[in-house]
Structures are given as structure tokens and as C-alpha cells.
Design a protein around this ligand. Structure first.
Ligand SMILES: Cc1cc2nc3c(=O)[nH]c(=O)nc-3n(C[C@H](O)[C@H](O)[C@H](O)COP(=O)(O)OP(=O)(O)OC[C@H]3O[C@@H](n4cnc5c(N)ncnc54)[C@H](O)[C@@H]3O)c2cc1C
Length: 735
């Protein structure tokens, strides 16, 4: 156990002087946490190893226990949980276990809600207390924007039946009398949230699963489905079989105070503006948070690490003590009973990695929980079980689906490390709709990146690509190399025009560039715009069974003549929409030959954020149905320029005098080959914004010639560059 010499007033002074060091703490022989774990429990019911199982779950933390429980609930009695040590030995045993359902991501709220409902039923089902303490959650707002965010969360929560209340500072203090409310603007209170004791919870889950026939084992068995819920250990194990995972391990920590009189029963606090949480556990407070300089574990977690903790790194964690004392002044007069610092996995976009592996049939993922694995475990386990047993989970899990990542990024360690760091450091930041990451930028650029930047393009990060957001010719603002927010010895980028432009979007009202984006919209309605949509996925479905496969995969009929383009959906087994896309029937034309595609084939164009997922779904179907065809992925070899607006026909007619662009000769939902700037280009009559328009699909080698030629001819018609902010707005406006 660690004990602070003196009290926190002293610590505060030391922190201010910047001289705090590990030497101020005395280490006893063994680290402890002030609650029971399963460490010394007997490994009850560890039976002999079966040779077969319908499903094997690797990793006995909260997620693995919940998965095997839900599999057994859905009738899969012959499932096995493999744990290298004891249940909860990884990260779960020392978690703070907080369960807050009001989160800015819909999937997260839905899954946390499932976990919360489990808390009400598990004890009745198993006779074991699920370890839930319903002391409520209080979210602190010290700014108007934060309170605005909370009001949005409250509305969101109401749709899902989650009770919450917006409180005045005075009302908040009545719930938490020892809190300093001087800087408060308001608070959000959810009385039915609380925290989960992992030992009780995992015992209850595994007991229920065993009652339903599941078993716990150690070595290998033959199985139909393999679920990977090995937390921070997942990369070690899966990389050895060639699976690259977009997750990174960090140390995440909290301290436990000595007794604080009167705190018992008070709600736990999330003070997002101070980036801390204050969990009330009995008569102590656990103080944790998301510091700007977390300890990054570049080598991952040690393989044999079990029921273990790290020394707390005060240099990185110290900042939270200041904040905690600011919110609860009494903490400054209280000693520290213990410190808890453990490994936790984070992902580049802050969402877990779940669902089927895109390359290994039967392998399912469930890791990368970004310090929310306890509260997400109930919902995650349920979705994972449904995935295998029903073929699809009942909820839309795209945000969490491991197939969402562009494969090109998976070899890019700089992208991974930077974005994971940024997500850790900004964990409690306000979630503005148009915020963009600063880390991991410029990972994938299309052939026109620099040309459009020079025209004032403000780039967004989408699916790994840089794609145009909006344009401001007077302010060139490229994304800069990541400066880790000035931490770890990095010099902060200065000047940093990209961040200066980005903060213009830090509002829930109209941003400052609203009028500029409005001008782009008006130009598209009255004249004509160029949208660079090259981040789109561009696939040819080709081979002897291409037609059979296209008919199977796309919801619209593909029995159409070459030259047609169809806007269609891809559906899943439950009839839900997986994606929308355009599919063009092509047959033996020039560019196809250039790309090595022969015969009748189907050219699909799909939004770049979804395209890795769509490609994976199509590839799966081809394998499952044994179609003799292939997906040729040209996403990184081609550009896609969309010329939209009433004057688009004038520009194209002038550019390609041999082609008739009239409604009769070039109707909506059709495509033809044209020549622009000396290159053969596929012109496709479709629109995202409800105006007359054509897309131009060309190879990268033709990109600059095509772009420059179109822009030159377009000048007299008022052609201008435009980005996705305008495109989205225009698209919504037309419905
Ligand atoms: C300090 C701290 C505070 C936190 N607070 C919260 C909180 O308040 N709320 C919340 O929801 N989350 C919180 N979290 C996060 C949460 O604890 C984790 O996300 C969650 O425990 C992850 O559960 P898991 O089952 O995915 O992984 P783990 O619990 O790590 O389980 C993985 C298991 O896999 C086993 N394993 C590893 N290798 C193998 C192998 N080769 N074969 C078989 N088994 C193997 C390990 O022994 C381990 O038991 C916190 C995390 C930390 C570090």
C-alpha cells in the first residue's frame, strides 16, 4: 500500500512548485485496492478440456464474461471461456466501474443502457449480487457550451428512457454539499446511474453462464466461432497470426482518498471541464481523469501481467490532484489510501473494436474499450452473441465495427499512436459535431490534395482520407504534423492556422464560417460547383459470376444494360440498410481495360467512410455464396470529381463537344466515356445535392489535367471549389 507523507495541502504546494517526485511516497511490499477481487478465489468448476465447442471466448474480463453469458442466454450451451489466469485478472479487477449512460455517441448510450438493465435482473437470475451501487451521476458544467452539451445529452437520454435533470448550481450542491460551486453554470444529474463492482458482476455473469451449460477452461479446443475479448493483450496474441489491430495501450489511473466524512451515498461526479471523475465508494472518493500526458505503452502490456498494477506516474497524473482539490476542497486535507494504475486500450476514434474479422472467418473481436469496458460490457456481450447466433446484431454497430478502418492505415503506427493519444487527452472535451483530429493527419491524400489546399481548402479527416470541408481562399490552413498538444517535450505548433480555423466550429450555434459555407451552397444552386469526392470507394465487381453476385448483393435489380447507373442499397439479413451506393453496369470499355477489368462488370462508388466496411461485406458474400468473381479495389488509384449545379451541362458540353449531354442522350442514372484534357474519363449523371450534375471518374495519372481543364473552362460559368459542409447541407435541403 502507498501512503502519502503529510496531507494533500502539502501535495498541492509541491505540485505548484513542479518538484513532486515519486520519492514523496513510501512503497510497501504489495499494492492493494480497497475492495475485494477474485484474485484469491478458487478457480471453481474448472473442468477438463472438451475437444469441441460451438464458441470459444478468449479472455475472462468483464467483456468475455458478458459474452459467454449472453451466448448461453441465446441457447448456445456448448460455449467455453478461456482465461490465462483468473477471471478479471486483466484490467477489469481494478476498474473504477463507473456506469454513466449519457454519452455523446448513440451506440454507447444504447449499450450502456443494456448493461444498466442487466444490473436489475442479474441477481434475481443468479442469486449473486451483481455489484451495482446506484448512487447516481452528476455532470458538472462550468461553461455555457458545456451546459448546452448536457441539454442535448438529456434530450438524447429521454429517447432511450434514461432519467436525467438539469440542475442549477445550488441544486447540484444540495446533492453534494462538500462541492465547490463557485464556477458552476449548472449540472446534469442522472439518478439511476452508479458504479459496478467487477468481482460481483463477473461472478454473477459466469455463474449464470455455467448454469446454462457454458464452461471455463484454459487450453485449446476446436470451435466454430472464436471471440477475442483479451483486452490489452489482444494485439500480442493476434499480431502473431498476422492480424493488425488499431488499438494502443496506455496507463490509466486513479487514487483513493482516506475517509471523507459525510461523503457516503453522494453521487459520483464527472467534471468534464476539469477532465476528472470523482467516484464515491463507501466513505472514500476515487479521483481519476484524462491527463494530456498519459503514459503511452509503446511495447504494449507485459504478456504475463495479471492482477497487477503499475506505480502511479505522478508527473502525468499530478494535474488531477489540483483539479480534484478545486472541486472538492476537502480532498486537499485528506490523505491518499492507495493508488491504482493499470493498462487500458484506446483506439484512434475512441470507439471499441467489435465484430467479425474482415479476413479470418469465425473470428470475432471485442476489445479496445477506451476506459469504458465495464459499462459497455453488458451491451457488447449481447451484441456479440447475436452477431454469431442471428448473423447480425439487433443494433446498428457500424461505429464499433472493426471493419470500419481503411486497411492502408493499419500499417501506419504514427497515425495510430497520435490519434489514440489525442482521444485519450480529449476524452472529456465537448463533442462538437465538426471537430477534427489534429493527430494522424495526412495519412491518405488524393492526387489533388495540394492543388485544392492552394485554393483554400480546409480539410476534414474522413475514413483516413483528407477530404474537402470548406474553402477560404484568404486563409491557407493545412493540417500540421501532430504536436501532442505541446506535451512530451514537443513544441506546440505556432502559428497553427488549422487549429485557429477549427475552433471556429467549437459552438452549438452557427459557426463563424457559416456565411462562407452559405456562399458555396448558393453557388451550387445558382451556378455550378466542383466537389472533390475522391475519398470515395471505387470497386469493380468482375468475373464470370459478377452478375449473379451483383443481383444477390444490391437491393435494386442489376438486370440492366451497359451504360446504366443505379442508386441502390446493400441490405443485411435483418433487412437493415448496410450502405447506399451507386452501381454502374459497364462492358468492355477503354478505362476498364486500362484497369485490367474485362467483360461485363459492376462499378460501385460508395462514401469513403463506409467503403472498407462495404468492401468487406461484399467479399464475405462472394466467399459465402461461392460466387466465381472478384472485387477489384481502385479506391486509391482513381479520382472522383463531381460537377454540380444548373450550369454543369454548359461546362461539359463545351469541354466535350462530341458528346450530347441533353436529357435524351445522357439521361439521369446513366454514364458514358468522354475525353477531357486528353484523358478518357467516365462521366456519370448523378447528383448528391438535387441539381443537374455529373461525376467524373478518372485515373490518378489524369487527375491534374482533368481538374485544370474543367476549372479553366468552368471559369466563365462561375465554377468554384466547394466542400462537404456545403454538400451535406444542400443534400439535406433537397431531402
Ligand atoms: C484505472 C482504470 C479505471 C477504469 N474505470 C472505468 C470505469 O469507471 N468504467 C468503465 O466502464 N471502465 C473503466 N475502465 C476500463 C475497463 O476497466 C476496461 O475497459 C474493461 O475492464 C476491459 O474489460 P475486458 O474484458 O475487455 O478486458 P480485461 O479485463 O483486460 O480482460 C482480458 C482478459 O484476457 C485475459 N488474457 C490475456 N491473454 C490471454 C490469453 N492468451 N489467453 C486467455 N486469456 C488471456 C487476461 O488475463 C484478462 O483476464 C477503467 C480502466 C482503468 C485502467
Amino acid at each position: 500500500m502507498y501512503r502519502l507523507i503529510g496531507n494533500l495541502s502539502l501535495l498541492k504546494q509541491t505540485l505548484r512548485s513542479g518538484k513532486y517526485t515519486q520519492a514523496r511516497f513510501v512503497a510497501a511490499e504489495k499494492k492493494e485496492v480497497p475492495y475485494k477481487t477474485l484474485k484469491d478465489a478458487n478457480s471453481d468448476n474448472v473442468a477438463s478440456v472438451p475437444s469441441r465447442a460451438d464458441a470459444v471466448v478468449v479472455g475472462g474480463g468483464a467483456v468475455g464474461c458478458s459474452t459467454v453469458y449472453h451466448l448461453s442466454k441465446l441457447g448456445l450451451s456448448n460455449s467455453v471461456l478461456i482465461e490465462k489466469d483468473q477471471l478479471t485478472a486483466g484490467t477489469s479487477w481494478h476498474t473504477a466501474g463507473l456506469l454513466w449512460r449519457l454519452r455523446p455517441n448513440e451506440t454507447e448510450m444504447l449499450l450502456n443502457n443494456i448493461t444498466r438493465r442487466l444490473m436489475d435482473t442479474l441477481e434475481e437470475e443468479t442469486g449473486v449480487h451483481a455489484g451495482f451501487h446506484m448512487n447516481g451521476g452528476l455532470f458538472i458544467a462550468s461553461s455555457k457550451e458545456r451546459l448546452d452539451e448536457y441539454k442535448r445529452l438529456k434530450t438524447f437520454g429521454e429517447c432511450m428512457g434514461i432519467e436525467s435533470h438539469i440542475l442549477t448550481p445550488g441544486e447540484a450542491q444540495k446533492l453534494y454539499p462538500i462541492m465547490n460551486k463557485d464556477d458552476l453554470v449548472g449540472a446534469l444529474y442522472s439518478p439511476t446511474d452508479g458504479h459496478i463492482d467487477p468481482a460481483g458482476y463477473c461472478t454473477a455473469l459466469s455463474r449464470a453462464a455455467k448454469l446454462n451449460g457454458a464452461q471455463h477452461f484454459y487450453p485449446l479446443v476446436h470451435t466454430g466461432s472464436l471471440y477475442f475479448s483479451a483486452g490489452c493483450w489482444a494485439p500480442h496474441i493476434l499480431e502473431s497470426v498476422g492480424v493488425k489491430l488499431p488499438q494502443y495501450t496506455f496507463k490509466h489511473s486513479y487514487i483513493v482518498t482516506e475517509t471523507i466524512e459525510g461523503v457516503k451515498g453522494m453521487p459520483s461526479i464527472r467534471d468534464h471541464d476539469l477532465s476528472i471523475y470523482l467516484k464515491v465508494q463507501g466513505d472514500v472518493i476515487q479521483v481519476g481523469g484524462y491527463e494530456p500526458r498519459p503514459v503511452i505503452m509503446d511495447e504494449g502490456v507485459p504478456k504475463d501481467f495479471a492482477f497487477s498494477l503499475f506505480e502511479l506516474d505522478w508527473d502525468s497524473f499530478g494535474v488531477h490532484i489540483e483539479s480534484a482539490c478545486k472541486r472538492i476542497p476537502e480532498i486537499a486535507e485528506t490523505g491518499i489510501r492507495s493508488t491504482v494504475s493499470g493498462p487500458e486500450s484506446f483506439t484512434p476514434d475512441g470507439s471499441p473494436l467489435m465484430g467479425p474479422n474482415p479476413h479470418i472467418s469465425g473470428l470475432f473481436h471485442a476489445h479496445g474499450y477506451n476506459s469504458g469496458g465495464l459499462m459497455l460490457s453488458g451491451g457488447s456481450g449481447k451484441m456479440l452473441a447475436q452477431w454469431v447466433i442471428n448473423g447480425e446484431p439487433e443494433l446498428d454497430m457500424f461505429d464499433y465495427d472493426i471493419r470500419r478502418f481503411n486497411e492502408k492505415l493499419l500499417d501506419n503506427k504514427t497515425w495510430l499512436r497520435e490519434q489514440c493519444h489525442e482521444h485519450y487527452a480529449k476524452h472529456y472535451s465537448i463533442h462538437y459535431h465538426f471537430d477534427e483530429p489534429l493527430g494522424g493527419r495526412l495519412a491518405i491524400k488524393d492526387a489533388l490534395y495540394q492543388t485544392l489546399l492552394d485554393d483554400g481548402c480546409f480539410y476534414q479527416f474522413k475514413g483516413g482520407w483528407e477530404r474537402p470541408g470548406w474553402y477560404d481562399k484568404d486563409n491557407i490552413a493545412p493540417p500540421l504534423p501532430y504536436d501532442y498538444y505541446g506535451e512530451y517535450g514537443y513544441a506546440k505548433n505556432n502559428p497553427d492556422p488549422y487549429t485557429d480555423r477549427l475552433v471556429m466550429d467549437y459552438t452549438f450555434d452557427h459557426p463563424k464560417q457559416h456565411a462562407m459555407i452559405g456562399e458555396e451552397c448558393l453557388n451550387a444552386r445558382n451556378s455550378v460547383n466542383m466537389f472533390n469526392m475522391s475519398y470515395f470507394g471505387k470497386f469493380y465487381l468482375c468475373g464470370p459470376d459478377a452478375t449473379k453476385a451483383a443481383e444477390w448483393i444490391f437491393s435494386n435489380s442489376m438486370d440492366k444494360h451497359p451504360g446504366t447507373t443505379t442508386y441502390t442499397c446493400m441490405l443485411n439479413k435483418l433487412g437493415g440498410i448496410e450502405s447506399d451506393l451507386t452501381v454502374s453496369v459497364v462492358e468492355d470499355d477503354g478505362p476498364q481495360a486500362a484497369f485490367g477489368v474485362e467483360g461485363r462488370s459492376y462499378y460501385a462508388a460508395v462514401g469513403g467512410g463506409f467503403s472498407p466496411y462495404v468492401k468487406s461485406r461484399i467479399t464475405d458474400i462472394i466467399a459465402q455464396e461461392k460466387f466465381d468473381c472478384q472485387v477489384k479495389d481502385l479506391s486509391h488509384d482513381m479520382i472522383l470529381l463531381s460537377i454540380q449545379g444548373p450550369k454543369s451541362r454548359d461546362i461539359l458540353s463545351k469541354l466535350c463537344p462530341q458528346t450530347d449531354f441533353s436529357n435524351e442522350s445522357f439521361p439521369f442514372s446513366s454514364h458514358q466515356l468522354v475525353t477531357i484534357g486528353g484523358h478518357v474519363v467516365r462521366a456519370m449523371r448523378v447528383s448528391f445535392i438535387g441539381e443537374l450534375g455529373w461525376e467524373l471518374h478518372a485515373s490518378n495519372s489524369a487527375a491534374l489535367d482533368v481538374y485544370n481543364t474543367v476549372m479553366e473552362v468552368g471559369k466563365e460559368f462561375g465554377l468554384r471549389n466547394s466542400g462537404y459542409r456545403a454538400l451535406d447541407s444542400l443534400s439535406m435541403e433537397k431531402g
